[in-house]
Design a protein around this ligand. Structure first.
Ligand SMILES: [Zn+2]
Length: 350
């Protein structure tokens, strides 16, 4: 079968590989669609970051070369003997999170070590993938498999809302209108935000931000975010999401937030940065961060997408073939900031 395999930064190859055998606790999925994630881009650009390269992951016993792809949907092709409640032909998506401990508090387990299907084990940029039953989340028969591939990044946004302790009618600022920034806007709307102010450098992305629910979409290359927010909210906004991952936006995020408000870091920072803690001390702004999702958030995301309460569909900006994943996927996402979520077509089943 075909698979996009990570060998090293700037070295991802579409190769012919064997499908692994299905053990009693595993499920084989015929992949329909797989999204390219910002963290995949970080791996391509500056990796390995999350992908184990020199030593095997203690959680999976695997290291590169590995098939990437952790945002995917598909149909069950084969189920192991110990797999209950799932059958051949079921539509599914994957909760790709693999944690260091299990059966305690899932989100804390994660901080005892974590990896993802598609980063620490073979993932969904392939015709087939074999996944542990714990990672499978069933979809309704009439759920779109394209939407199924968007559950994972949408769950990231929902978890970010939980970490921010956002309340109904809060004012919100979002720095960065890439896929997770846009999904954060969608999630904040669903959670009852009063106003959402989005900053980015790309007018195309800002247009998209408006489309998915931003009250104001502001090009921070032309307008100072701090001045803009203070003109509308002199004391600052209640909740701010840092989804750009660069030093300047984290500093600005703190400065546009009100005393006792919260800045939540959603992005992955490729580099360390200089930071003055006095920015927090003197402003009374609190800071939190988020990674992945708790299981209930993941399940809620599926239900909210299936009920139409949340619609992540507008974040899809392109569909590509697996063979084109480097040129039309990774390279395009790095060079063309008008792109948000690119879906890779595997079986292409709807
Ligand atoms: Zn992702």
């Amino acid at each position: 079968m075909r698979a996009a395999v990570f060998h090293n930064a700037h070295d991802i190859r579409v190769e012919d590989v064997d499908v692994s055998k299905v053990s009693d606790n595993q499920v084989k999925i015929k992949v329909a669609w797989a999204g390219i994630c910002g963290s995949d881009l970080h791996e391509y650009n500056a990796g390995p970051i999350f992908i184990p390269k020199d030593e095997e992951s203690p959680l999976t016993g695997r290291k590169a070369p590995l098939t990437m792809g952790h945002e995917f949907s598909g149909v069950i092709e084969e189920a192991g003997a110990n797999v209950d409640g799932l059958k051949v032909g079921d539509k599914v998506t994957i909760n790709p999170l693999i944690t260091g401990e299990v059966h305690k508090e899932k989100l804390i387990d994660m901080y005892k070590g974590f990896t993802f299907v598609g980063l620490g084990s073979d993932g969904g940029f392939a015709d087939y993938v074999v996944v542990d039953k714990e990672n499978i989340v069933k979809l309704q028969d009439d759920t779109s498999l394209e939407l199924g591939a968007l559950v994972e990044p949408t769950a990231v946004a929902l978890q970010a809302i939980r970490e921010s302790e956002m309340q109904f009618s809060d004012s919100v600022a979002v720095f960065g209108a890439g896929p997770i920034g846009l999904l954060t806007v969608i999630a904040a709307r669903a959670a009852g935000a009063k106003d959402i102010i989005v900053f980015d450098l790309s007018d195309t992305r800002l247009k998209k931000a408006k489309e998915v629910g931003a009250t104001y979409a502001v090009n921070s290359g032309n307008q100072d975010p701090i001045e803009f927010v203070k003109a509308h909210y002199p004391d600052g906004v209640d909740r701010t999401f840092e989804v750009a991952g660069v030093p300047i936006t984290l500093n600005q995020a703190i400065q546009v937030t009100r005393a006792r408000g919260m800045v939540t870091i959603v992005s992955i920072f490729e580099k360390a940065m200089e930071f003055n803690p006095m920015l927090l001390t003197s402003s009374g702004v609190r800071i939190s961060s988020t990674l992945a999702y708790e299981p209930d958030i993941f399940e809620a995301t599926v239900k909210m997408i299936e009920s139409g309460q949340i619609n992540p569909f507008p974040v899809i900006t392109d569909y590509i073939e697996l063979e084109d994943i480097v040129d039309k996927g990774f390279e395009t996402l790095i060079n063309d900031k008008s792109q948000a979520k690119i879906l890779v077509k595997l079986s292409g089943e709807k």
